[in-house]
Design a protein around this ligand. Structure first.
Ligand SMILES: [Zn+2]
Length: 352
């Protein structure tokens, strides 16, 4: 699947196009801005522009260069993301392992081109720095620009952990080979090592508008972000997508739970016990939110269909039980116990 289109940031795009047209594009750019506003996507848009054989202005999107970048398959565009520390001891094997990990991430992204944040332990370690250096020493296979996008530059190897690898990378950033562009991304410039920061031109990306966030989620997830969702996303498409994802997972979990409750007590108890396997409290509260939404939707459906008052009232009582559980979930209550109690309550309401 090709990458989703870059949304917004029109002023910044115009500035970059102007810089490219006048041959003044800085070769090392530190792109900063809130999480989820499209920093990597903008970097890839730049790569697309440099690879595009279409007319000046926005990249055409249809030429061979554009299509290769949009498919994350351009041989001269290297998207470097933090990866797990290699297990091998020998440096060349470490390099091969990192290259393999990167390729695995790219394969995932080609299949699902709206990615989230990398694993907390993933880094640009010594082997990654050496891989960048090695790739930068090769000539461009398409004969044009080479672009190195180093995402999450805050996770770059520090000089203390490996002076040799860090220095090689610094030298590369100080004197980038001709027709090569390095784009480093980070949320805040202050997160990036001062030695790297001082060698790059800082560019700040702003937030997306609420209209852009809403449109993007509607286009890609087919859902409408409400006012509270927009407020929570704060102009970050990434945050809105993550939130939407957790909301839809919460609803799916809620339906599974309700199914268990309606099937009888034993199944509900079993479902409640399996709750223990949920590590994040956030998932649990997302499930309770999903439960409240599903029940409220069912209640509305009952009212609309003209079903008995009693049934609709029972449904609203269920929503109340969930709301109470949601309140308890904020405190230090065992989720398993809470869910078992809720299963009993919902079962009792259903049996009335
Ligand atoms: Zn093109």
């Amino acid at each position: 699947m090709p990458l989703a289109p870059l949304v917004g940031h029109l002023d910044l795009r115009a500035q970059f196009l102007e810089a490219i047209a006048s041959g003044k594009l800085p070769q090392v750019v530190l792109l900063t801005g809130p999480s989820g506003v499209g920093k990597q996507r903008l970097a890839l848009w730049l790569a697309q522009r440099l690879a595009c054989t279409g007319p000046a202005g926005e990249p055409c999107g249809t030429c061979r260069g554009c299509r290769m970048v949009l498919g994350l398959a351009h041989p001269d565009v290297h998207l470097l993301v933090p990866v797990a520390r290699p297990k091998a001891g020998e440096p060349d094997k470490q390099l091969a392992e990192v290259a393999e990990s990167l390729e695995a991430v790219m394969a995932e992204r080609r299949a699902a081109p709206l990615w989230g944040t990398p694993d907390g332990m993933a880094i640009h370690g010594v082997a990654s720095a050496r891989l960048i250096q090695r790739r930068a020493s090769l000539t461009a296979s398409e004969g044009g620009w080479r672009v190195f996008i180093i995402s999450r530059a805050d996770r770059l190897v520090s000089q203390e952990s490996s002076p040799e690898a860090a220095n090689a990378l610094l030298k590369l950033l100080e004197e980038p080979p001709p027709r090569s562009l390095f784009v480093l991304t980070a949320t805040e410039p202050g997160q990036v090592l001062p030695t790297i920061r001082s060698r790059s031109v800082p560019v700040r990306m702003g937030r997306n508008s609420d209209a852009e966030v809403r449109q993007f989620v509607a286009d890609h997830n087919g859902r409408t972000v409400g006012e509270s969702g927009l407020r929570a996303a704060g102009g970050s498409i990434g945050a809105a997508l993550a939130d939407d994802d957790s909301a839809s997972k919460g609803q799916a979990a809620a339906r599974a739970f309700l199914g268990a409750v309606r099937a009888g007590t034993a199944a509900a108890a079993d479902r409640a016990l399996r709750q223990g396997a949920w590590h994040a409290r956030g998932e649990f509260t997302a499930m309770l939110d999903g439960l409240a939404e599903v029940l409220a939707a069912d209640a509305r459906q009952l009212v609309v269909s003209g079903a008995g008052r009693d049934e609709a009232e029972a449904m609203l009582d269920s929503v109340q039980c969930v709301a109470a559980a949601r309140e308890h979930a904020q405190g230090n209550v065992n989720p398993q116990l809470l869910l078992a109690t809720l299963a009993d309550q919902l079962g009792a309401v259903a049996a009335r």
